[in-house]
Design a binder for this molecule. Structure first.
Ligand code: GCU
Length: 399
C-alpha cells in the first residue's frame, strides 16, 4: 500500500509539473528585472550603423550568425534536388470559389528524401498571379482539411479566398516531428552534420527551412505572386515563421501569432515562459548552445527585437492574446518597438504608439503591426481578419 501511495504521488507530481512551472513563472510587472538590450545598430566592432547599406552588408549578417550560433542553428543553403508533383487537383473546390492543389514537394540531399505536403487553394475568378498566405501548421492536420469537410478558425481558408488571397499550409511533422526523439526523422536526415554540431539546427530550424522550400515551389507556380507571400505561424509555429522570414528575404510579410518566448517576446524581461523552461520542455526546438542561456538571459548576445529587425524593411505583424501571459504580451510589443530604428533606416515610420494599445485595438497600418486579442492562446478568425487588413494595406489592395 505504502509503495502504491509513493508511486501514485510521483505520478501526480510528474503530471503537475508543467502546471506548477507555469504558476511559478513571473507574471508581476513590478518584478521584471532591469535590463539593457543589445544594441541592434552597433556592430561587433562597436561602430554605429547609420545607413541601410551598412545594416545590410555588416550588421544584418552579423546578427543572423548570432541567432544561428546561439539559438536556431544553421540554415543549410543547398540541397541536391527538388521535385514538385501535384497529387490532387480540383478546379471547383469551395463550391467553385477556388482551385485546390495538393502538391508533394520532395527534396533530396545526402541521398535522403524529405517529403513536404502542401495544401493550396487559389481563388477562381481573380486575376492571376495572386498574393498568398502560407501557414506553418503546428496543430492537427484536420485544421487544414483539403476536402473542407472539417473547417477551423486556425486556418479559415474560405475567408482568405473571399478576400482574394491564395491560402496554403504545410504541417511541421513533414519537416521535423514535434517530439524530442523523433524530430530527427525529416529534414535533419538530409543534413546529418547538423545533428552533431552545437550550433546545428533542430525542429524550429527545420520548419523554417521547409517554408523556404514552399517559396521555391511558389516561384514556379504561375497562379502565385511569389513576391507577395506572407508567412504565418502560431506559437511554436510563430517562432518558426519569424526565423523563416528573417532568413529568407523572399517572404514579403511575416505574421507571428502568440509566439512568446524565443519568438517575438523579449527574453530579458523574464516574464512568463523563460529560456530554461522552454529548453527543458522542448529540448528539440533550439540548438545545443541555447542551453547556455538557461537562467542567464543577459548573457545572450541578442534579444528577440533583433530577430524582428532582420525582417526589415518587410512588414511584421506580431500578436498576443489577453489571457496568454505565458507569451508576454508587453514583451512582444516592446520587441517590435525596439526594432523600429532599423525600419527607420529605410525611411519607414512605425505606427505603433509608445505604450501597448488596449485589448482588441489592432494597429495594422504600420510596417510593425500589433494586436492583443481578448481571450486565450490561439489563432482565430479575428486574428486572420486583421492579417488580411494588414496585407491589403501593404499591398495597397482595395476591394
Ligand atoms: C508551450 C510552449 C510555448 C509555445 C506553446 C505552443 O506553451 O511553452 O513556447 O509557444 O507551447 O506552441 O502552443
Amino acid at each position: 500500500m505504502k509503495k502504491f501511495i509513493i508511486a501514485f504521488s510521483l505520478i501526480v507530481a510528474v503530471i503537475q509539473l508543467p502546471a506548477q512551472d507555469h504558476n511559478q513563472a513571473n507574471y508581476d510587472e513590478s518584478k521584471v528585472p532591469s535590463y539593457t538590450l543589445p544594441d541592434v545598430l552597433k556592430t561587433s566592432s562597436n561602430t554605429e550603423v547609420k545607413d541601410k547599406a551598412t545594416w545590410e552588408k555588416v550588421r544584418r549578417p552579423e546578427i543572423i550568425k548570432l541567432f544561428e550560433d546561439n539559438i536556431y542553428g544553421q540554415m543549410p543553403k543547398s540541397y541536391s534536388s527538388i521535385k514538385y508533383s501535384v497529387t490532387n487537383e480540383n478546379d471547383t473546390a469551395m463550391n467553385g470559389k477556388a482551385k485546390l492543389k495538393e502538391v508533394l514537394i520532395e527534396v533530396m540531399n545526402n541521398n535522403k528524401p524529405v517529403k513536404i505536403n502542401l495544401v493550396l487553394f487559389v481563388p477562381n475568378n481573380v486575376k492571376k498571379p495572386v498574393p498568398a498566405f502560407l501557414l506553418i501548421n503546428n496543430r492537427g492536420k484536420e485544421n487544414t482539411d483539403p476536402t473542407r469537410v472539417a473547417k477551423s478558425e486556425f486556418w479559415p481558408a474560405e475567408m482568405l479566398i473571399d478576400s482574394g488571397y491564395a491560402i496554403a499550409a504545410i504541417h511541421v511533422a513533414d519537416m521535423a516531428p514535434d517530439d524530442k526523439v523523433k524530430y530527427v526523422n525529416g529534414v535533419l536526415q538530409l543534413y546529418p552534420e547538423q545533428l552533431t554540431a552545437d550550433n546545428g539546427m533542430k525542429a524550429i530550424g527545420a520548419w523554417a527551412w521547409g517554408a523556404s522550400r514552399i517559396m521555391d515551389y511558389f516561384e514556379k507556380d504561375k497562379d502565385i505572386d511569389a513576391r507577395k507571400v506572407a508567412i504565418v505561424g502560431h506559437s511554436r509555429g510563430g517562432k518558426a515563421s519569424l526565423w523563416a522570414a528573417a532568413q529568407d528575404q523572399r517572404f514579403a510579410i511575416c505574421v507571428s501569432n502568440c509566439s512568446g518566448n524565443t519568438g517575438a517576446a523579449l527574453a530579458r524581461r523574464q516574464f512568463g515562459e523563460r529560456i530554461n523552461r522552454i529548453n527543458a520542455s522542448f529540448p528539440h526546438w533550439f540548438n545545443n548552445n541555447y542551453k547556455k542561456f538557461n537562467n542567464n538571459e543577459n548573457l545572450l548576445p541578442v534579444d528577440q527585437h533583433m530577430l524582428i529587425a532582420l525582417v526589415a524593411p518587410r512588414p511584421v505583424y506580431a500578436t498576443n492574446a489577453s489571457k496568454d501571459l505565458w507569451a508576454d504580451p508587453k514583451g512582444t510589443f516592446l520587441s517590435l518597438k525596439n526594432a523600429e530604428k532599423v525600419y527607420a533606416l529605410y525611411g519607414l515610420k512605425s505606427g505603433l504608439p509608445s505604450n501597448p494599445p488596449g485589448i482588441n485595438e489592432p494597429i495594422t497600418q504600420s510596417p510593425l503591426a500589433y494586436h492583443n486579442r481578448e481571450g486565450e492562446h490561439n489563432l482565430t478568425a479575428y486574428d486572420w481578419s486583421n492579417f488580411i487588413k494588414f496585407a491589403d494595406y501593404h499591398y495597397k489592395r482595395t476591394k
